[in-house]
Design a binder for this molecule. Sequence first.
Ligand SMILES: Cc1ncc(COP(=O)(O)O)c(C=O)c1O
Length: 447
Amino acid sequence: MTGNENQEPDRLKPVLQIRLVTNRHAVEQERFFFRSKIGYAVKIPMTRTVKFDGRPIWAEVSLGALTQNLRAIRNHVNPAGAPGARHPRRKILAVIKSNAYGHGIVPVARALSRARADWFGVTCSAEGAELRESGIREPILILTGFWAGEEQRILEHHLTPAIMRPEQLRLLEKAAAHSYKRARKPRKGPVDFHLKIDSGMNRLGIAPPELPAFARVLAECPHLRLSGTFTHIASSEVFTTEQTIEQEKSFRAALACMNSLGLDPGIVHMANSAAIVSRPSTWYQMVRPGAILYGYHQFFEPSTLNPEMEAKLPVRPVLSFRARIISLKELAPGARVGYNARWTADKPSRVAVLAAGYADGLVRVLSNKGRIIVRGQFAPIIGTVSMDLTAADVTGISEARVGDIATIYGTDGGTTQSVPDVARVANTASAELLCALGKRVPRFYLP
Ligand SMILES: Cc1ncc(COP(=O)(O)O)c(C=O)c1O
């Protein structure tokens, strides 16, 4: 099995064998269900039963947790009773850019499509085309717009680009007009796009004062239709500054300006994960969850807000990341481990080496800092994390053996290490760690 195959549970190749191991440690562990290739669900102990040909490192992606998170988000943003004509149901645009935050874009999109996500959000036309080619029919928003040359692919795959600059309207109009003339089966309607407003993040988007110029160019583009308007929040998890409140004001002013220019904004959307959790005034007609869809809350500021926010919208982590111990050594005091000898044994020590390195997503900044879980106990990472290998001090875990599972993210026995736990140690965001998950790490999709 190669690391970049995205496999769904009912498509597991014969190389994935399911082996039931009676082992007290395994029985104590969480239970998962794999669908066997002959089509029935098999209840088996956790990872000890995952056996496949190849390097012993893998990710488990719980599609059940993913779809449950989607349902939790949908209920959270549609709180009061049944939706009706006066309060239509808020839509969910599932952000699945960057290989669905490392989880695998196609299996994730298929699961979310079955669970009735309304829209998908990706970064570029290549990601959108991949989704279309794998049968995804929901509308797809290209969140960071397009670069000259991508227009044809956008039209061909019925993708909805975000427009950030008025000149992009002309490029898209030209491609749309051309496709109308050339196509054997002429398009039925105009090409939809969403307008991105820069409400204060000062990265991408049309600032409110540029709206009249935008409206003038749009009036010259008969083949285009503005079907949505959105903005992105810079610090929705931060409650120690007024930045989000100012962005909300600026966005409202932009919508009012569009109204005065006679522009229908279409579907309006603003909220990312932290705003979905904590700022109902940003929900408008659609919300765009990324991190919380995969089971992770942002680090709120002040941090004392975290328990309250996490309780408002409980989500479950979708990913577990594991490798096996491939070597164990007994070292004498003074022995040094790994590149540049950054760890020295100060007593007789047992050192485990796992088949995971920074090329797999076990990031190098965890050298001498992070930890893994072996047989339900934490073991500190020692020395420098290298491209393919990482060492851990298992002196305190006398039962550790070659072949044992090392959990990098996830639960083993009663012990859990979440992606945000590691992000705190690595001084980064959970999303960066998720996106770092290597291409060569096989992902197994569990119901
Ligand atoms: C435009 C846009 N909307 C929504 C999101 C989702 O953000 P989060 O992962 O914080 O929910 C992103 C991610 O960066 C984004 O770029």
